[in-house]
Design a protein around this ligand. Structure first.
Ligand code: ATP
Ligand code: MG
Length: 548
């Protein structure tokens, strides 16, 4: 693992810091499901810990009671395990530290570094100043330590209404960094917390709680996304002010968040898609959530590979989603068995076939393995593989033309049957009986090979084809009104696809390559009566093109 964060860790170790070893953490707020952006952070934090023989804590950053829920706590754990990482016994809840946060706040007051403010939220905002102008000090700023201790305790005891008072750090209202202008560190809010119930009426702000969570757990390197760079001075100020040793206290390092083309990586927007029912749920296969990607058939190995390849940088950039799809294809190409399926069936009667025959078919070009597929007088081919007025370069089936059926015979189209409206409903073909593997004319050169299934043996299946929820502009930016811009064709359901019979009794989450069509996975909606497949990705890899 070579990235700039690893370099920093090595420098710290060389300087004799962090004698207790390397400890990172992944700190999700349980207010939504994890998405592909979080996967980058999971891979990075667990990866750095493993590489340095250290550990990574899973810490639920649950200090904001209003939007959090136990459903998310459960899903987050499931998703991290699925990605292939293990926190062992190291699962923590920031809300378990509420008592300690309170004590640290009291300590700050005692050191003259925090005060209770009566200004309203609106007034605090107005006093804060701008990027170019310093802020104004609150009239409450110079309260005595005794008065602050008393007021803070009464905030905790519930003597004041929500929002009536706050606790602020006392730093510098003239600081060029707005985050250092006496930030609010505690507020009053009578909200039920999913972990601590109604025990607390005051809650710490994120910027105050996070460094303390890290310090309490003994984290060495606290890795976060770039937008926290301006918050680092407060992170350091707080830990220094409370007397944590510079050689062992946590150090914040920022990296560029993952942004992907065609992909929403805002939990708030993802929640909106779910709540307004634009998708079927958090695990809808079109969602970039890990549960959605899992249902879609993306594999943990492919996602880890992707996170490794995109690397870790110090400036934000947009990654093409084609690269993630490329990683998925590489994995499935190696690991998915090949089978035949027809999505848009056209019946073909092979007039010189009278008996069912079982033909040997290869399961995988590299891993090998074989199965027998039934070959019968009536088969189905893909409607698109036949063309009545075919151009010269059309090497599939046309009237009077020949094509090879995969694993079987060369067939010739003798007759096209149409309904009263002129639609092609059936083809009558003959086989060249000596053209199958091992036969006298097996080597006969035929340009096209198509897939097929036996009409009598094929299994019915529902197949769900997906496209991006959002299309992007040339620069890869998502549209402003993302709900209005949702792709109406992001899901196409094919009710009556046909699959070769070997796929019977397949557990949900089993991958296949449908020859010539793409990679598919069985959906959890599959029942003993009906197979349901999701298309994971098509076979066409556009990543090469993007790279060139
Ligand atoms: P919120 O706005 O709710 O805080 P969030 O996406 O930051 O949303 P968190 O639960 O706070 O969600 O994220 C957990 C961890 O994952 C954080 O350390 C965060 O920096 C990291 N993370 C979140 N989104 C991305 C992303 N797109 N790329 C890389 N890391 C991310
Ligand atoms: Mg966050």
């Amino acid at each position: 693992m070579i990235n700039f964060i690893q370099q920093e860790i090595e420098n710290d170790l060389k300087e004799g810091k962090y004698k207790n070893g390397i400890l990172t953490r992944f700190p999700p707020e349980p207010n939504g499901y994890l998405h592909i952006g979080h996967a980058k952070s999971v891979c990075l934090n667990f990866g750095l810990a493993n590489f340095n023989n250290g550990f990574c804590n899973l810490r639920f950053d649950d200090t904001n009671p209003t939007k959090e829920d136990i459903e998310y706590v459960d899903s987050i754990q499931e998703d991290i395990k699925w990605l292939g990482f293990d926190w062992g016994e190291r699962k923590f809840f920031a809300s378990d530290y509420f008592g300690k946060f309170y004590e640290y706040a009291v300590e700050l007051i005692k050191r003259g570094l925090a005060y209770v403010d009566d200004l309203s939220a609106e007034e605090i905002k107005n006093y804060r100043g701008t990027l170019t102008e310093g802020g104004k000090e609150s009239p409450c700023r110079n309260r005595s330590i005794e008065e602050n201790l008393d007021l803070f305790e009464r905030m905790k005891a519930g003597e004041f209404a929500d929002g009536e008072k706050v606790l602020r750090a006392k730093i510098d209202m003239a600081s060029p960094n707005i985050n250092m202008r006496d930030p609010v560190i505690y507020r009053i809010t009578r909200s039920h917390h999913h972990h601590t119930g109604d025990e607390w009426l005051i809650y710490p702000m994120y910027d105050f709680a996070h460094p303390l969570e890290d310090a309490i757990e003994g984290i060495s390197h606290s890795i976060c996304t770039l937008e926290f760079e301006d918050h680092r001075p407060f992170y350091d100020w707080l830990l220094d002010s409370l007397g944590f040793d510079i050689n062992s206290r946590p150090r914040q390092i920022e990296f560029a968040r993952l942004d992907l083309t065609n992909t929403i990586t805002s939990k708030r927007k993802l929640r909106q898609l779910v709540e307004e029912k634009h998708v079927r749920g958090w695990d809808d296969p079109r969602m970039p959530t890990l549960s959605g990607l899992r249902r879609r058939g993306f594999t943990p190995a492919a996602i880890r590979d992707f996170c490794e390849r995109i690397g870790v940088a110090k400036s934000n950039s947009l990654v093409d989603i084609a690269m993630l799809e490329h990683c998925v294809r590489e994995d499935l190409n190696q690991n998915a068995d090949r089978v035949m399926a027809v999505l848009n069936p056209l019946k073909v009667v092979l007039t010189n076939v009278t008996e069912t025959e079982y033909l040997l078919a290869e399961n995988h070009p590299a891993r090998g393995g074989n199965r027998y597929v039934p070959f019968t007088r009536e088969i189905f081919i893909e409607r698109e593989d036949f063309m009545e007025d075919a151009p010269k370069k059309f090497f599939r089936l046309k009237p009077g033309g020949e094509v090879r059926l995969k694993y079987a015979y060369i067939i010739k189209c003798e007759e096209v049957i149409k309904d009263s409206e002129g639609n092609v409903v059936e083809l009558h073909c003959t086989i060249d009986p000596t053209s199958k593997s091992g036969g006298a004319t097996a080597g006969r050169k035929i340009k096209g090979t198509i897939h097929w299934v036996s009409a009598q043996h094929a299994l019915k299946a529902e197949v769900r084809l997906y496209d991006y929820l959002l299309t992007t502009d040339e620069k890869g930016n998502l549209p402003e009104d993302f709900i209005g811009a949702l792709n109406p064709k992001s899901l196409i359901v094919i009710e009556n696809a046909l699959i070769e019979p070997s796929v019977k009794l397949t557990a949900a989450g089993t991958h296949f390559q449908f020859l010539r069509l793409g990679y598919f996975v069985t959906d959890p909606d599959t029942t003993p009566e009906k197979l349901v497949f999701n298309r994971v990705v098509s076979l066409k890899d556009t990543w090469q093109k993007v790279r060139d």
